[in-house]
Design a protein around this ligand. Structure first.
Ligand code: NAG
Ligand code: NAG
Ligand code: NAG
Ligand code: NAG
Ligand code: NAG
Ligand code: NAG
Ligand code: NAG
Ligand code: NAG
Length: 396
């Protein structure tokens, strides 16, 4: 037992000598701060990785050194325990136990899911058990060259004021990531550069709010989007030296506003009978893009005589249609005819208002009727919508 302790002490003296030597190499104060070095920092999957923890030397050596991926401990070195090295199971991590020691951990054949934040924590063997911690990132990349494959915007059609996520999909090997730059049109608004501190940078652009907490090297989250953001977004990926190869992908986003209220029907008279001509207007609630309106009499669509789009506050539009419809006895066969005005914004929005056209000798009024299945619905068939909005935008 005494021999064991002596060995540990001798061992720690040798280690301290080594560490002091290293600290001399790195200059005065160079080892004041703890450092976790990962080599290589960006690695192809299936390769090995070496992690070394540099912490200040101490007369009585370390009590323990713990290693974490994220918050999960996967390796512990504690010289006073037997065995001195303990491996704790963390999904996907394979440690080469024979080569790993107090300061170095060897990971074998890393998988893509080992990318992330690693931490080493050294606790010294002294009265106060001082702790030293350092963290660093490991990125595991696929085999192949640099290739940005897609800029995914979800949702690509977003309601004004809502959030949207832009995800840049890319493959990068043979070199570490140098940067990912994000553009609205030609204006850069967000940059991720893993070698810089901080790793993320925001460039102000009117109307763009980046949620940093939800943004990283592969995605950026925009909050409270406004109409000005509709348009072309790009992400540009750059590989590190020596190639500095770049790859860029683009996609389109549209910001919309749905009508807050039902369309409103106005008729020129209170009562109608067979033989009368009905003059009616229908106006939609403010929206962007403007809603498409159509009249239906007893569920048969009627071509409008006129269709207008009026500007409304806050960059919105009100659609209006006008129709004159000849009423015949046939319209009254099943009671008062029902005039319906249906508002649609492609597949995003559909709602309608309806009135019953009573004749003077039955019920005394035009009445709003509730129609079955007229509740506002938001069915997102965004590809079609996008096409239609682009057509609309090009025509305005
Ligand atoms: C990775 O480490 C394992 C175990 O030490 C070894 O057998 C293998 O050859 C190493 N691979 C490379 C590419 O160095
Ligand atoms: C990581 O990948 C390995 C195989 O490469 C698998 O065994 C492990 O379950 C994965 N871990 C997680 C957290 O998905
Ligand atoms: C731990 O392993 C590394 C790499 O093999 C070696 O350079 C270092 O001297 C070892 N440290 C100790 C304390 O044995
Ligand atoms: C890495 O993990 C450590 C310990 O959990 C934490 O303190 C640090 O902030 C993390 N760093 C990053 C960049 O997430
Ligand atoms: C926008 O946000 C509102 C409120 O959070 C939510 O109800 C609505 O579904 C969102 N719209 C879209 C298109 O995501
Ligand atoms: C970026 O953040 C998203 C959402 O938090 C997460 O799903 C994704 O894995 C992160 N990507 C990287 C490379 O960390
Ligand atoms: C979007 O922007 C990128 C980069 O500026 C450009 O290459 C691309 O042609 C643009 N796409 C459209 C549809 O304007
Ligand atoms: C319908 O709109 C037109 C033009 O805005 C207006 O002149 C007319 O009075 C309106 N008709 C009804 C019945 O409200």
């Amino acid at each position: 037992m005494a021999g064991e302790l002596k060995r540990i002490k001798r061992h720690s003296y040798i280690l301290n000598a080594i560490l002091l030597f290293i600290s001399m190499i790195y200059g005065a104060g160079g080892l004041r701060t703890t450092e976790l070095r990962i080599t290589p920092r960006v690695v192809q999957r299936g390769k090995n990785v070496t992690m070394s923890c540099l912490f200040p030397p101490h007369e009585y050596g370390v009590y323990s050194v713990k290693w974490y991926k994220g918050t999960q401990e996967f390796y512990r070195y504690s010289p006073l325990d037997s065995p001195q090295i303990r491996l704790l199971p963390v999904n996907g991590i394979k440690v080469d136990r024979l080569r790993s020691n107090e300061t170095h951990v060897f990971l074998i054949r890393v998988g893509a899911n080992l990318s992330g934040n690693y931490t080493c924590e050294a606790i010294h063997n002294s009265h106060a058990y001082p702790q030293y911690m350092a963290s660093a990132r490991l990125d595991v990349v696929a085999v192949g060259g640099l290739r940005a494959t897609d800029l995914r915007i979800s949702p690509p059609v977003v309601q004004r004021g809502n959030d949207t996520t832009l995800a840049c999909l890319y493959e990068l090997t043979d070199a570490p990531l140098y940067s990912v730059k994000w553009y609205r049109g030609r204006h850069e608004f967000y940059r991720y550069s893993p070698t810089e501190n901080p790793t993320t940078k925001i460039f102000p652009f009117a109307g763009i709010n980046v949620d940093l907490a939800r943004s990283n090297q592969s995605q950026v989250v925009l909050t409270r989007v406004s109409f000005g953001l509709s348009g072309n977004f790009s992400c540009e990926v750059t590989a590190d030296a020596p190639s500095f190869a770049t790859s860029i992908v683009s996609n389109t986003m549209e910001v919309v506003a749905l009508p807050p209220s039902l369309p409103v029907i106005q008729t020129d008279k209170h009562y109608y009978g067979p033989g009368d001509v009905l003059h009616a207007n229908c106006t939609s609630g403010p929206s962007r893009p403007p809603a498409d309106l159509v009249f239906l009499l007893n569920d048969i669509p009627h071509e409008a005589d006129a269709h207008q789009v009026h500007p409304a506050p806050e960059g919105l539009f009100r659609s209006e249609i006008y129709s004159s419809i000849q009423l015949w006895p046939a319209h009254y066969e099943r009671g008062a005819p029902i005039l319906r005005c249906q508002a649609k914004i492609v597949d995003l929005y559909k709602d309608d208002a309806a009135v019953a056209l009573y004749s003077g000798n039955s019920h005394p009024k035009i009445e709003r009727v509730t129609s079955p299945g007229s509740a506002g619905s938001l069915q997102v068939c965004q590809f079609l919508l996008l096409l239609q909005i682009i057509v609309w935008a090009n025509n305005t």
